[in-house]
Design a protein around this ligand. Structure first.
Ligand SMILES: *[C@@H]1O[C@H](CO)[C@@H](O)[C@H](O)[C@H]1NC(C)=O
Ligand SMILES: *[C@@H]1O[C@H](CO)[C@@H](O)[C@H](O)[C@H]1NC(C)=O
Ligand SMILES: *[C@@H]1O[C@H](CO)[C@@H](O)[C@H](O)[C@H]1NC(C)=O
Ligand SMILES: *[C@@H]1O[C@H](CO)[C@@H](O)[C@H](O)[C@H]1NC(C)=O
Ligand SMILES: *[C@@H]1O[C@H](CO)[C@@H](O)[C@H](O)[C@H]1NC(C)=O
Ligand SMILES: *[C@@H]1O[C@H](CO)[C@@H](O)[C@H](O)[C@H]1NC(C)=O
Length: 215
């Protein structure tokens, strides 16, 4: 009798274990399936130098408001230190050459599931490009678009999941040449760019160094 009882318990256990394993598998599978990289939107972009009310004052700043969103319903995200934003100008006349305006870095941070973070403020540029205007004897920013680049890496907050996902995103921002404000009311979504491939060589050795020290 004692033997039979022993076997009964044993078989119950393995049945429970199997159900538990299947449940855990499906939980992990659904978490795995919903992994998504964060989205970045340019919500506001204002170039004071293009505001026709300020034409006479030299103002090399740009106001920018970016929104970083973790689109995962259940998974937290680590933005890995360091993250780079790079601002440049593409003249309409010579649209293959980028004029470098400013860059800024962010420290890595954690972002909970579904959360959004705004990065905004007035950026000092290296100087906006200018062309002289014979009519008013002044100089002004030439026609063209602004470009925002993002380079960074993220990691999902999942147990046993240490993979880092490089991201290189970019957006072209058109600005009204009378008001200096971004054209259109909708936020501009930054989309995948090839920039990472060029920066890889630069950033990888740095992160590998970090890896060695903090693993
Ligand atoms: C343009 O400049 C004027 C005068 O400085 C200011 O009142 C106005 O708010 C500026 N426009 C924007 C969009 O900031
Ligand atoms: C440039 O414009 C910004 C936004 O209007 C303003 O806050 C800042 O004081 C201006 N800087 C200069 C030097 O005029
Ligand atoms: C760049 O300029 C050329 C000619 O001026 C034009 O054909 C091309 O579409 C422009 N490219 C972009 C990305 O604006
Ligand atoms: C920012 O962009 C400029 C122009 O493309 C480039 O020269 C510079 O290296 C970039 N900086 C970073 C940190 O990517
Ligand atoms: C030069 O300035 C005048 C007056 O501010 C303006 O009407 C004109 O469009 C400007 N020229 C160019 C090429 O932007
Ligand atoms: C432009 O500059 C020239 C030479 O400095 C001057 O003679 C002319 O009066 C100026 N024109 C205007 C509209 O300011």
């Amino acid at each position: 009798m004692a033997d039979a009882g022993y076997f009964e318990i044993e078989s119950d256990n393995s049945c429970c274990n199997l159900i538990l394993t299947v449940i855990i598998f499906f939980i992990f599978f659904s978490i795995y399936k919903t992994r998504e990289l964060p989205s970045i939107h340019v919500e506001e972009f204002y170039v004071p130098a293009l505001n026709s009310s300020n034409f006479n004052t030299i103002n090399n700043t740009i106001y920018i408001n970016l929104k970083l969103k973790n689109r995962n319903p259940v998974t937290g995200l680590y933005y890995i230190d360091p993250l780079y934003f790079n601002l440049s100008f593409i003249p309409k006349e010579q649209n293959t050459s980028l004029i470098h305006l400013a860059e800024f870095g962010l420290h890595g941070f954690y972002q909970g599931n579904g959360k959004a973070k705004h990065i905004k403020g007035l950026l000092m540029t290296r100087g906006l490009p200018t062309v002289s205007n014979a009519t008013n004897n002044g100089s002004q920013v030439p026609a063209g678009a602004f470009r925002v680049d993002f380079l960074g890496k993220v990691r999902y907050k999942l147990i046993g999941w240490h993979q880092r996902h490089p991201m290189s995103l970019a957006a072209n921002v058109e600005v009204d040449d009378k008001t200096g404000v971004k054209v259109g009311d909708k936020a501009i979504r930054m989309v995948k760019s090839g920039a990472w491939n060029h920066k890889r060589a630069l950033i990888l050795p740095v992160s590998m160094l970090f890896g060695v020290f903090f693993m």
